[in-house]
Design a protein around this ligand. Structure first.
Ligand SMILES: Nc1ncnc2c1ncn2[C@@H]1O[C@H](COP(=O)(O)OP(=O)(O)OP(=O)(O)O)[C@@H](O)[C@H]1O
Length: 363
């Protein structure tokens, strides 16, 4: 809510003009100033400064809702405002699918299937509601140039043969997916700034960023602080986009060698020598590419990992579900679960990411 534009708050006109004239554009701009400073910036007295804070706080704070109202909204939206992935066990664990209005992170090692997952989800965003889709446009931010229309249509044809038999449907679905390919972090930041307009103009019902972590390597920044700062901004912006638009936002995150991220040491890692049951401990020097803020900020975290000869989707964080893992394969029809029965995950395995014998700590 911090990034909520003042222009969208329906403030009394005199106050709206005053704030706009002083370039106080967001809730954060107004609320982060001490009263005295706000008086100075507005060139106004204490009552005006207090009125500004009161109006902006009221507009920016989400209103309280009763548990009953939330339950009723969930029933009204059917499935509780979720996009079903068609992976039944996973959807059940997530309370119906990927939540709308929230940030969902998909993290895992290279080649595990994150993009395959995103392609299927993108297709579902475009599919008519009748077939379980959102019947809308999808904005796909493809930072690694990995988006493939051909592969997406292949997934559609194999997963929903009865739907894709319809003449011209594949083209129609592909036409609903807007792909942008930012070539730098600055490009990405710019596209985020324009995003609210794009979402409204194009009736976008789903936003995917594949991959968020790749953006840092695009810039090749060395200093950790510099690398983290713009992504922190992107994180809060994406969260606010999800909340305002009530759409699901899916971002992928990669893993990397800890030696590349000097200074990335968080309390999560303290217990790493405990509890590894398949490989030789948590001694791997691999970590998830984005920092601890991401781990805390996302609502749902799906870890894609491989061990014991299988790939797994692990629900590592969800307000709806205990940690469970599902074995999966990638087929021509995309990601398929081998079993809809989740395997309970306990202890340090919840925060680790395993990769064929190596443990990667999830941050
Ligand atoms: N047509 C297909 N049929 C079956 N499997 C496929 C097909 N296309 C890709 N795959 C499998 O998907 C996997 C690659 O997945 P994906 O590209 O989603 O990885 P990723 O996790 O996004 O990796 P990165 O982090 O490097 O981007 C590989 O195991 C590959 O064999």
């Amino acid at each position: 809510m911090a990034n909520m534009p003042v222009s969208e708050m329906r403030l009394p006109p005199h106050l709206a003009h005053l704030l706009a004239a002083r370039r106080l554009d967001t809730a954060k701009d107004v609320l982060s100033l001490p009263e005295v400073e706000l008086m100075a910036v507005l060139d106004a007295g204490l009552p005006t400064a207090r009125a500004a804070v009161a109006h902006v706080s009221e507009a920016a704070c989400p209103p309280c809702q009763t548990a009953l109202a939330l339950l009723e909204e969930r029933v009204r939206l059917g499935g509780g405002g979720r996009l079903a992935t068609t992976l039944c066990g996973l959807d059940e664990a997530l309370g119906g699918g990927i939540p709308m209005g929230k940030l969902t992170e998909v993290v895992g090692p290279s080649g595990i299937g994150k993009t395959q997952f995103c392609l299927k989800v993108a297709l579902l965003g475009a599919l008519p509601e009748y077939y379980g889709g959102l019947d809308g446009r999808v904005l796909y931010i493809d930072t690694e140039s990995k988006f493939s229309s051909r592969r997406m249509i292949e997934i559609g044809q194999k997963s929903f043969p009865q739907v894709f038999r319809q003449e011209g449907l594949a083209q129609k679905m592909a036409g609903r997916i807007l792909v942008t390919r930012p070539t730098s972090l600055a490009d990405f930041t710019k596209s985020l700034e324009q995003m609210k307009v794009t979402l409204l103009q194009h009736d976008v019902k789903l936003l995917i960023v594949d991959s968020m972590a790749a953006l840092t390597s695009l810039e090749n920044e060395r200093a950790t602080g510099f690398r983290q700062h713009p992504l922190r901004w992107a994180l809060s912006f994406l969260k606010s986009i999800a909340e305002f638009s009530r759409i699901p936002v899916v971002v992928t995150n990669q893993v990397r060698s800890q030696s590349n991220v000097d200074g990335y040491h968080f309390s999560f890692e303290v217990d790493r020598k405990d509890g590894d049951n398949c490989t030789g401990g948590f001694d791997s020097h691999l970590v998830a590419a984005l920092g601890i803020q991401w781990a805390h900020a996302v609502t749902v975290r799906l870890v894609f990992e491989s061990h014991s000869g299988h790939r797994f989707i692990k629900v590592a964080k969800s307000p709806m579900s205990p940690a469970v893992a599902f074995p999966f394969v990638v087929e021509t029809s995309g990601i398929t679960l081998l079993s809809d029965e989740g395997i309970d995950v306990t202890g340090p395995e919840i925060t680790s990411i395993r990769c064929q014998g190596k443990n990667v700590l999830a941050q």
